[in-house]
Design a protein around this ligand. Sequence first.
Ligand SMILES: Nc1nc2c(ncn2[C@@H]2O[C@H](COP(=O)(O)OP(=O)(O)OP(=O)(O)O)[C@@H](O)[C@H]2O)c(=O)[nH]1
Ligand SMILES: [Mg+2]
Length: 295
Amino acid sequence: MQNINWYPGHMAKTRRQLEEDLKLIDVVVEIVDARAPSACRNPDFEQLFKNKRRVIFLNKSDLASPPCTHEWMRFYAKQGISAVEYVSIGGQSKKLAITEIERAGEDILEKYKSRGISKTLRAMVVGIPNVGKSTFTNRIAGTSKAQVGDRPGVTRSKQWVKISPYLELMDTPGMLWARMDDLRSAHHLAYIGSIRDDILDVEELAADLLAELMALCPDALIRRYSKLSQEMSPAELLYGVCASRGFVLSKGVYDTERAARIVLDEFRAGKIARVTFEQPTDENEMAVQYEGKDI
Ligand SMILES: Nc1nc2c(ncn2[C@@H]2O[C@H](COP(=O)(O)OP(=O)(O)OP(=O)(O)O)[C@@H](O)[C@H]2O)c(=O)[nH]1
Ligand SMILES: [Mg+2]
């Protein structure tokens, strides 16, 4: 299996900063992309946040398959993990999100209250790049203070945002882990824009995305690119997109690079279908277990 070289230099610094800031915060708010909840879980987080209260937001659920999101919610509930299905753009309730974060830190507040101290709850918003941490923070705060963008690595330093006299959120830069050797997970992260396309071969990436979409939502895919059919190989699917859109460089030569970029762009813009690439499994169960001890 190829070892993918994907760890930008600034991420080691991000990790050190997160570790240092942990002492300032009461609750960890983990944002994952609902289309790839498994690939989005940074394995380093389990160790890093093992003594913290945590709540997971399955963000961008407007782009994911609703039955799959429900399955993930059941999966988290079964393990006693607080998880919330969420959409950070549009009209979803910020009150719901605030309530869930406050609930995660409830016992901490109670403990202070019993000592006669009224404390502001401090929460750190963490996750891998481009899952919507800054959009979520802005949504909850009702501001546009945190910079957002549809590419990985937009936020480069932490930022505190006051939500109310009782709650403050810290937006943080996206963090990956040092070693990735699972190509399928890496592809999922690239499809959702959490790692840069140029780390991988863009044509291979788009061809594999087409194959995964053909398995998950063939009708929607064929509606979008009419010359595709279910028996095509990944490479043939990419040629099929060229044929559907007339991407021809010269007679008989397809512009597969253009087709690859179009497929990735259209998928990310939610133009093909709402899909979830991963199902909960026993293996994930091991990975998401954590202890919420200590105050
Ligand atoms: N459809 C949809 N798009 C979203 C949602 N939340 C965020 N986005 C989009 O996702 C992109 C990335 O959002 P950011 O908030 O910059 O993501 P981030 O996690 O802060 O990214 P980094 O700072 O790069 O780590 C932007 O184009 C947002 O508009 C959501 O719930 N649904
Ligand atoms: Mg950000």
